[in-house]
Design a protein around this ligand. Structure first.
Ligand SMILES: Nc1ncnc2c1ncn2[C@@H]1O[C@H](COP(=O)(O)OP(=O)(O)O)[C@@H](O)[C@H]1O
Ligand SMILES: [Mg+2]
Length: 341
């Protein structure tokens, strides 16, 4: 196939003046080169496109591709991850990964939680704080509501998440909400704090063919910020984080069940990751889904998982392309009908 490759290269945006934090979710040359090499190794012709600005130029110039390999995360707006897929839909170009609806509802962690809850998936109780006024609401009064976990509503890559995200009293709660509202200019998600073990489940495929390929346990060592898989722990994962493949069949089955039900409820396609955490009794809950899971060949959780189960990187990319290929020739509605459960 002639594959158009859409991505947000971090250095393109830092050159435009955006900060490290603003561009934290974007990709490095290593990731772009690795995906391109894998696609070429599979016999495809790859045309590098880049971000949405380049894509609009190329589409307007009349360029077309058999398929797009899309990993754009977007920069602005609550539908930022949906913008490229929506544009590709408009031009009837099939693409890898989820469609615009799934990407928008998954980006908003509260909406994603509502949808998975409706599908019977366990996820911690939560509220959304839109402004400082909400902090004073009656439901946040009293000592027995703590500990809570406080995070930005629509970020990823651990942005806005640190040891301070766990709050134990009203003062810390007010401070953390105030800081996040000011720093990220978006609502804050307040959840019940889950103190148990942390896992991430990798999924490949679409709809009925989606399969959980394995579950990684994330443990933090002494050098790490305690208790949270935070921005800094992710950044310095070599010294701070231990990833181990879960062998316990009971945990694998509980994690896979939650991850797949969430993945299908949200209509995710081709590949993704669900983040899970246990409560004090060891019962797992859904935290969030990553329908555009990082694909750095070495650093990303999905690649680490594939390494541990013996799936080479090229095979991961091949399985993503195979899953997306099944939509070639289908309308967007037909593809959607097969995805959403
Ligand atoms: N309710 C919670 N209880 C305990 N820890 C949490 C909770 N929510 C998030 N975390 C911690 O914060 C990390 C990042 O949260 P997550 O929602 O996955 O955001 P991101 O999109 O940045 O990965 C999780 O991996 C976990 O360590
Ligand atoms: Mg996460």
């Amino acid at each position: 196939m002639n594959i158009g490759f859409t991505y947000d290269l971090r250095r393109d945006y830092t050159a435009m003046g955006f900060s490290d934090e603003e561009t934290a979710e974007f990709d490095s040359d290593v990731t772009i080169d690795a995906i391109e090499a894998a696609l070429q190794g599979l016999g495809h012709e790859v045309s590098r496109i880049g971000n949405i600005y380049e894509l609009t130029r190329r589409l307007a110039a009349g360029d077309r591709w058999d398929m797009a390999f899309n990993i754009c995360e977007g920069l602005y707006g609550t539908a930022r991850e949906s913008q490229v897929p929506a544009l590709l839909d408009a031009y009837r170009i099939p693409y890898t990964f989820s469609g615009p609806l799934t990407l928008a509802v998954s980006l908003d962690k509260a909406i994603a939680k509502k949808l998975v809850m409706q599908a019977g998936v366990p996820t911690p109780e939560f509220s959304v704080i839109h402004s400082l006024d909400d902090i004073g609401h009656q439901k946040f009064q009293g000592e027995n509501i703590f500990p809570l976990f406080v995070k930005p509503l629509t970020e990823g890559t651990g942005k806005g998440i640190s040891a301070d995200s766990i709050v134990w009293d009203p003062d810390a709660f007010r401070k953390q909400c105030t800081d996040l509202l000011a720093r990220f200019g978006q609502p804050v998600l307040v959840e019940k704090y889950l103190p148990g073990r942390e896992f991430t489940a990798g999924i490949i495929g679409t709809g009925k063919n989606a399969e959980c390929i394995g579950v990684l346990e994330i443990t933090l060592n002494k050098e790490a910020e305690p208790e949270v898989y935070s921005y800094l722990n992710k950044e310095f994962y070599e010294e701070r984080v231990v990833y181990s493949l879960v062998e316990d069949k009971k945990i694998i089955s509980e994690a896979a069940d939650i991850a797949l039900r969430a993945y299908r409820a949200l209509g995710c396609r081709d590949a993704g990751r669900a983040d899970l955490k246990a409560d004090a009794q060891g019962k797992l809950s859904f935290l969030e889904i990553n329908p555009l899971a990082g694909l750095h060949p070495v650093r990303s959780d999905l690649s680490i998982l594939c390494g541990k189960i013996g799936v080479p990187y090229t095979q991961l990319i091949s399985r993503i392309v195979d899953s997306a290929s099944q939509r070639v020739g289908e309308t967007s509605d037909q593809a959607h009908a097969k995805t959403a459960m």
